[in-house]
Design a protein around this ligand. Structure first.
Ligand code: ADP
Ligand code: MG
Length: 377
């Protein structure tokens, strides 16, 4: 059975009003939809741009019922929504992605088991859920990274460990919560693929991004990724396979490691648009946020063609110091696109905005991006 289209003027709901919710809201409103944001923060980046901001907790029954009563469909900007809230909504209205898919992506243990169960490679890992799990032989997974199973992001909730004693200490430091111990790998590079899959199983991927991190936080994404075509094709193939296996509907981001011998592994997935896909707003025919709108509205995906090579640079709170950074420099360049998220308070490591540099070739885009980044820092 085909799902009926949800057409402009309809009210779309989103759980979370951070920068991803904000860019979703802008895409939806540009297409003539109305948007309701649920976010407990009265100053959330998306709340002020939405038609309606429900300023409540994600498990507030009244707030969830309001989404049911007023929205044609609901999506999410983050994976850490309470599973119970997703299920409540899903029992009463169209929710994309599904509660089941979000549940996989919000727990590293489920995520890694699911991905390897689908026949796709992940970094070697051990599950440490309880004291007794620390008695396992860990030598093959050390040196490694202990990652908390839930709620980690931007390198938070991760501790690098070299010996079983360090694993014990790190696990205690994490509050003895369920964790995975992942082997530390030699990465040649990191890439990501964003896949869009609709209710009628139409599926498309965006061009592969090459991602450079600093201190566990995405710093620069470069598109097209500077990897051999077969590697990019394989990454796209893995993302498609995973989205099919999950019967996923919506936008799914797949982060991959490329090892020294060109082996591709899936690092983690996100059930939503992704920081490494922000370049699509300026550089692709359709943005990842428009795809999110399209999939929730049961419309076919837009064309993902790359219009121009691009380098995206994240703007972290670190560069705010006493003054606003020198935006006039960026804004005077015709091939640079600045995006700011309207966050009041700049903190170290906080994502405040990003900019895209578009150029005729990817090396030129990257060189200018690095130059501008240095100018701002
Ligand atoms: P987050 O949820 O914070 O993005 P990730 O698991 O993606 O957590 O880790 C953040 C970054 O840390 C990765 O993009 C990668 O650069 C590095 N990293 C994570 N796991 C490994 C690993 N097993 N080996 C080497 N580097 C890793
Ligand atoms: Mg990551």
């Amino acid at each position: 059975m085909t799902t009926p289209h949800i057409l402009p003027n309809a009210m779309l709901g989103i759980l979370g009003g951070g920068q991803l919710g904000r860019m979703f809201t802008m895409a939806a409103r540009a297409m003539g939809y109305r948007v309701t944001v649920l976010d407990p923060d009265p100053d959330s980046p998306a709340g002020g741009l939405a038609d309606v901001h429900i300023c409540s907790k994600y498990d507030d029954p009244g707030a969830l019922q309001m989404l049911v009563d007023t929205c044609a469909a609901v999506t999410t900007e983050f994976e850490n929504v309470p599973a119970e809230s997703m299920r409540f909504l899903q029992a009463r209205m169209r929710v994309t992605p599904s509660a089941e898919c979000v549940a996989i992506a919000q727990d590293r243990i489920k995520e890694k088991r699911y991905i390897s169960g689908a026949g796709l490679g992940v970094a070697p890992f051990l599950v440490i859920e309880k004291e007794a799990d620390l008695a396992q032989t860990m030598t093959e997974h050390l040196p490694g990274i202990l990652k908390v199973a839930r709620m980690g992001y931007d390198g938070k909730g991760q501790i690098r460990v070299k010996t079983p004693e360090e694993v014990r200490a790190a696990w205690a430091q994490m509050g003895s919560k369920p964790c995975v111990l992942e082997k530390m790998l030699n990465l040649k590079t990191e890439i990501s693929v964003i896949v869009t899959r609709t209710s009628s199983a139409e599926i498309t991927t965006f061009p592969v991004a090459e991602n450079q991190h600093e201190a566990g936080i995405l710093d620069i994404s470069i598109v097209p990724a500077r990897v051999p075509a077969p590697i990019a094709d394989q990454a796209r193939g893995m993302a498609l396979k995973l989205a099919q296996a999950m019967d996923y509907v919506g936008v799914l981001a797949v982060e991959c490691f490329v090892l020294d011998d060109d082996t591709l592994l899936i690092n983690e997935i996100a059930p939503r648009p992704h920081n490494s896909g922000h370049y699509t707003i300026d550089a692709c025919l359709t943005s990842q946020f428009e795809q999110q709108v399209r999939t929730m509205c049961a419309l076919p995906p837009g064309d993902t063609a790359l219009l121009k090579p691009v380098a995206m640079v994240n703007l972290l709170g670190d560069i705010w110091r006493d003054d606003e950074p020198a935006w006039d420099k960026l804004l005077s360049l015709p091939n640079v696109k600045l995006h700011l998220y309207g966050k009041r308070e700049a903190r170290i490591g906080r994502k405040m905005g990003h900019f895209d540099v578009l150029a005729d070739d990817v090396d030129a885009a990257l060189a200018q991006a690095i130059e501008l980044k240095q100018m701002l820092s």
